[in-house]
Design a protein around this ligand. Structure first.
Ligand SMILES: O=C(O)CC1=CCC(=O)O1
Length: 264
């Protein structure tokens, strides 16, 4: 499987494209501390009838670790650069957590590039500015040691205890993504999250929107998704039996919700 490197003025982005070139495009955007591989199951399924475009968010995986702090103007602009490079005028977009926030940004700032928007396990304001700033400072100060700690504690943020016990290989694979994330890139994304707040803006989102919430998500809660549903006209909300990385913990429910929504 070969990846494409898309050039932007501030570094390259690792992009993987699968599926028929003339099919509707579906962009998949990863969460903090993961890579485009988090979407393997969804890419296998949806590339049957979509041109699936997934990428490593800046600072992650094989994408540039450009100097931070980042912002969602930058991370959203990266998606537009990918669409431009691939000659895609409009796409469906599905992002999870930080990737979901990128989707909200696109819904507010670049709706002309979106067909349908899926925002999974996310919120118009994720966590607190202080919490993200503290995490970024720790990672910048301690580097690899801090990333190892974050990898060790990631199952409690990402998965239910039952899933962690039942699926150790998958959980270890997810931990390998965060353990392999460049500290400077991770910190720069935490700094973007610290500044990110679209609560006053998401009412402007007019593209058809699906919100996916994990019933056991301690990071971005069902209440966060309900608040977005109240703000975004016509938004649908589906709750799946999972914690934060719901596409990994409940792929059948996640994929069914996504497939039904994309069918229109
Ligand atoms: O802190 C985490 O690992 C969970 C998370 C918050 C934003 C995101 O993308 O992941």
């Amino acid at each position: 499987m070969s990846d494409t490197l898309v050039q932007t003025p501030s570094g390259t982005l690792r992009v993987r494209v699968e599926g028929p070139t003339d099919a509707p495009a579906l962009v998949l955007s990863n969460s903090l501390g993961t890579t485009l591989e988090m979407w393997d199951a969804q890419a296998a399924r949806f590339s049957q009838d979509h041109r699936v475009v997934r990428y490593d968010t800046r600072g992650h995986g094989g994408s540039a670790v450009s100097p931070g702090p980042y912002s969602f103007d930058l991370l959203g602009g990266d998606v537009l650069a990918i669409l431009d490079a691939l000659g895609i005028a409009r796409a469906h977009f599905c992002g999870i957590s930080m990737g979901g926030f990128t989707g909200l940004w696109l819904g507010v700032h670049a709706p002309q590039r979106l067909d349908r928007l899926v925002v999974a396990n996310s919120a118009a304001k994720i966590g607190t500015a202080e919490g993200w700033a503290a995490r970024a400072a720790l990672v910048r100060a301690q580097g690899a040691a801090a990333m190892a700690e974050l990898a060790a504690s990631s199952p409690s943020r990402w998965f239910t205890e039952a899933f962690t016990a039942a699926q150790p290989a998958l959980v270890q694979r997810a931990q390998s993504w965060i353990a392999g994330t460049a500290p400077q890139g991770y910190a720069a994304c935490c700094e973007a999250l610290a500044q990110a707040d679209l609560r006053a803006d998401i009412a402007r989102i007019a593209v058809p929107t699906l919100l996916v919430a994990g019933s056991a998500d301690p990071v971005t809660t069902v209440a966060d998704a309900q608040a977005m549903q109240s703000a975004i006209a016509g938004a649908r909300l589906v709750e799946v039996p999972a914690s934060h990385l719901s596409n990994l913990e409940a792929p059948q429910a996640f994929d069914a919700a996504l497939a039904q929504f994309l069918r229109g």
